[in-house]
Design a protein around this ligand. Structure first.
Ligand SMILES: Cc1ncc(COP(=O)(O)O)c(C=O)c1O
Length: 416
């Protein structure tokens, strides 16, 4: 059996909840409040849920810029391009900072250098990846000294922690995503957590002004998810879709390659699009609450697979494993490997029946859409060209992970 790179975390009972809601049998009243209270208790912060994480980022930044009159946002360019759009649409100026060495994160030194140079900084936005930034405590202390809030983007790190604190419970404002592809998933979903009560009140007000997502929109989202479920089911994947996509990659058929890229339409947004201005429905909150029950056991399964990769892939020429997975703390949605020969390795794995992906984050500092904010970030550029993500989702068989590691080992000599 060939397994796809990714499977949705949404389960049968969550789809059933959506069906029951669409058909009007149940409304799931009160789940929004329960979800906000559950997250708030977990993070020891107040929480507002949104229909999308990015909308929370937009509103927090927009309000901070209004309050301070400052505009510059320190951030890594290695993120979802639409996060950069939210900074710009909110009235901010992204100031991109390169990552350190082989890490996926900018280090303390880079933040302190940027702070010395920039005088108009409103906030620093730190993205948590498979692991939290190792320098997070130092970066936070440095920002605090300058009176600049730390914003934690935990969109792909829900459930992770750093030195005993939950990710999202460290900075002044933090953001979570419960979108379709996330580890706690509904069709769309996001949240902001903070101890700043006036910001929370502001967020509640703006969100209350949005129309609720309609049953029809939920129905369409449900159908889209079911299509993804069908494509990525190991049986259909093995029989057809793996071969279809592997053919597309091998022969560089652009439209096939583009079918599953989330970064197809990279364009500058100077305003929050109307399509983002929606209020999350109670059924999405009910689905998230259900997903939360499995979050911890799913995370432990992922980290166990990640440890297998990390043990097997150390010490190879041309391969860098940028992290040591930690069972107690790491979110580890996928396992990153940096390969000098990334594109060849990707094709080799595909042709051996191992689906994996080149990641969808880009060096936003060099994208034509953000030309105005361009900054040289050569290490992020290298990341973009060398990163490959190996699958660790719960249900991904250990024997497939071993096979992926074996193929990589066979094509890369051990370091002398
Ligand atoms: C780092 C990061 N931040 C924010 C988001 C946006 O999340 P949402 O789709 O819920 O707006 C994503 C989505 O993948 C992300 O990867």
């Amino acid at each position: 059996m060939i397994y796809p790179r990714f499977r949705l975390y949404t389960r049968f009972l969550q789809y059933l909840q959506a069906f029951v809601y669409i058909l009007g049998f149940r409304r799931y009243r009160g789940t929004r409040q329960t979800l906000e209270q559950t997250l708030a208790a977990d993070l020891q912060r107040e929480v507002v849920v949104f229909n999308q994480c990015r909308v929370g980022i937009y509103h927090v930044l927009n309000e901070l810029i209004r309050r301070t009159g400052r505009q510059e946002v320190l951030m890594s360019p290695y993120t979802l391009f639409d996060v950069v759009n939210m900074v710009i649409a909110a009235g901010g100026i992204p100031r991109f900072i390169d990552v350190d060495g082989e890490s996926l994160h900018p280090g303390l030194g880079s933040f302190s250098k940027a702070l010395r140079k920039k005088k108009n900084v409103v906030a620093a936005l730190v993205t948590h990846y498979h692991q939290a930034a190792p320098d997070l405590a130092g970066i936070h202390a440095l920002l605090k000294k300058s009176g600049i809030p730390l914003l934690e983007d935990c969109a792909i790190a829900f459930g992770g922690s750093y030195r005993g604190s939950k990710l999202g419970a460290i900075g002044e404002y933090s953001f979570f995503s419960f979108g379709r592809m996330k580890n706690v998933s509904t069709f769309f979903g996001g949240a902001v957590a903070s101890r700043d009560s006036s910001m929370i009140e502001h967020l509640e007000q703006v969100d209350a002004g949005y129309p609720s997502i309609t049953r029809m929109q939920i129905f369409k989202a449900l159908i889209y998810s079911l299509i993804i479920e069908t494509i990525t089911h190991p049986i259909t994947w093995t029989l057809f879709f793996h071969h279809f996509f592997a053919y597309g990659y091998k022969n560089q058929v652009r439209w096939i390659e583009f079918l599953i890229r989330p970064d197809k339409d990279i364009a500058l947004k100077t305003e929050l699009p109307d399509s983002y201005k929606l209020r999350i429905s109670d059924v999405q909150c009910a689905m998230i609450l259900r997903g939360l029950k499995r979050e911890k056991s799913d995370r432990l399964k992922r980290v166990a697979l990640a440890r297998l990769y990390s043990e097997q892939l150390g010490g190879l020429e041309g391969i860098v494993v940028p992290c040591e997975p930690v069972l107690e703390s790491d979110p580890m949605l996928e396992f990153p490997v940096l390969a000098e020969d990334r594109d060849q390795l990707f094709l080799r794995l595909q042709s051996a029946g191992i689906d994996c992906r080149k990641y969808y984050y880009r060096d936003c500092a060099s994208l034509p859409a953000f030309q105005q904010y361009a900054a040289p970030c050569p290490r992020v550029r290298e990341l973009e060209d060398s990163l490959i993500m190996l699958s660790v989702y719960p249900g991904y068989p250990i024997r497939r992970a071993r096979r992926a590691a074996r193929i990589i080992r066979e094509s890369h000599r051990a370091k002398a």
